[in-house]
Ligand binder design. Structure first.
Ligand code: NAD
Length: 379
């Protein structure tokens, strides 16, 4: 079975789907691996590193697309690339069906079998393949460094000959994978950290990282499968009151709250931003899905009344080396699960295969992907 790794074409995407070490592992498991020339360059993996790992480097992208049995990438295949894929081949990527409806339809029409990493089930058996988690973790870590870099203050408490410095106060909104990593990072830098999440189940994890957990004394707001759900009006009013107070005293807000397949919840309003001290920093990791902060501009850093609001998108890509290494492990584990005997054998009784396979045998076979595509197409 021939595995093809293509260069990413999306502007600002520095990651590569397979790093040399993972490619070598696949090669020793009997797979033939071919990497497009320059694919690992932006993640600090030169073509020679792949060659040394026993992997072929192909200059001709179309030849690679046309001969690979499985094409790996981080971003979804480009519409123009779909036409070059071999009929019956497979692809694995973050397919993003909600925004890539045309690509999904084209992949189905061409008879490609497509796997979408963000649709993997959040079950323990799939943890080693969970690229959403590995990348969110990088994002949470880097968001704190971005905030620390912009903040004109120390994070730790210091006692110096020139006087004492109090620790920075960091508020983390959303204590999922990214949020927990942000809490751990801010704590390591010495900040005093508070965290808020609608799922009270995360309270103990937050506390074990040395942060305090902000709680609303209302009914529990947990949805299905360990994810959040949308909240009641009463809840939202109380939430706003609580956050108005806590945002006002924060030096840094790291916003990571998300609801799968929906616009990110709006947690930090424009008046809350006005209530922050000048020089404070908000890093909104939810920028791409609408933002947790009302004044966030996706892909930009803006200054609003002296407060910096960072809406940088694709933060994991800024740590391309480790992001690629972890992504490569996730994708390799999924590949080995799907092709345990050296060729793709799809068992739709298996929850992992069923959940993340989006197109197969000329059809969009995934109900969740269809829902996301319909929701995105609705006016
Ligand atoms: P996510 O990115 O969808 O959301 C991030 C966080 O935002 C979540 O904790 C969510 O509760 C929170 N949130 C949503 N709306 C909010 C609001 N209005 N106010 C405050 N917070 C809000 O989630 P994620 O980080 O990808 O994962 C969520 C959870 O799924 C994890 O914490 C974990 O429990 C579970 N998980 C399980 C596995 C596994 O078992 N394989 C893997 C990964 C995650």
């Amino acid at each position: 079975m021939k595995i093809g790794v293509i260069s990413e074409t999306l502007q600002g995407e520095r990651r590569v789907a397979l790093v040399p070490a993972a490619a070598a592992k696949l090669a020793t498991s009997g797979f033939e691996v071919v990497v497009e020339a320059g694919a690992g360059e932006q993640a600090s993996f030169a073509d020679n590193a792949y060659r040394e790992a026993g992997v072929a480097v192909e200059v001709d992208r179309r030849a690679l697309l046309g001969t690979a049995d499985v094409v790996l990438s981080v971003q979804p295949p480009h519409l123009e690339d779909v036409a070059w894929l071999r009929v019956g081949a497979a692809t694995i990527s973050f397919l993003q069906p909600a925004t890539q409806g045309a690509v999904v339809e084209a992949l189905a029409a061409r008879g490609i079998t497509t796997f979408s990493l963000e649709l993997l089930p959040r079950i323990s058996r799939a943890q080693s393949m969970d690229a959403l988690s590995s990348q969110a973790s990088l994002g949470g870590y880097k968001a704190v460094l971005m905030a620390a870099n912009r903040l004109g203050k120390f994070f730790p408490m210091l006692t110096t000959a020139a006087g004492s410095i109090p620790p920075a106060r960091v508020l983390v909104l959303g204590a999922g994978v990214a949020g927990l990593q942000a809490i751990a990072t801010a704590r390591r830098l010495g900040a005093v950290v508070e965290a808020y999440d609608v799922r009270s189940a995360v309270k103990e994890e937050v506390k074990s990282l040395g942060a305090s957990f902000l709680e609303l004394e209302l009914e529990t707001q947990e949805g299905e499968g360990g994810y959040a759900r949308e909240q009641s009006a009463e809840f939202l009013t109380k939430q706003r009151e609580l956050l108005t107070q806590r945002v006002a005293v924060a030096d840094v807000v790291i916003a990571t709250a998300a609801i799968p397949g929906r616009r990110a919840p709006l947690l930090v309003t424009a008046p809350m931003v006005q209530g922050m001290r000048r020089g404070s920093v908000i890093v909104d990791l939810a920028a791409e899905s609408g933002g947790n902060c009302e004044v966030t501009q996706s892909g930009r850093v803006v200054e609003v009344g002296g407060v910096w609001v960072d809406g940088t998108t694709n933060v994991p890509s800024t740590m391309a080396l480790h992001a690629s290494q972890l992504y490569a492990r996730n994708v390799t584990n999924l590949l080995q699960h799907l092709a345990s005997e050296g060729e793709l054998k799809l068992d739709f009784e298996d929850e992992i295969t069923r959940s993340c396979c989006v197109t197969h045998a000329g059809q969009v076979v995934n109900e969740r992907a269809r829902q996301l595509m319909r929701a995105a197409a609705a006016p």
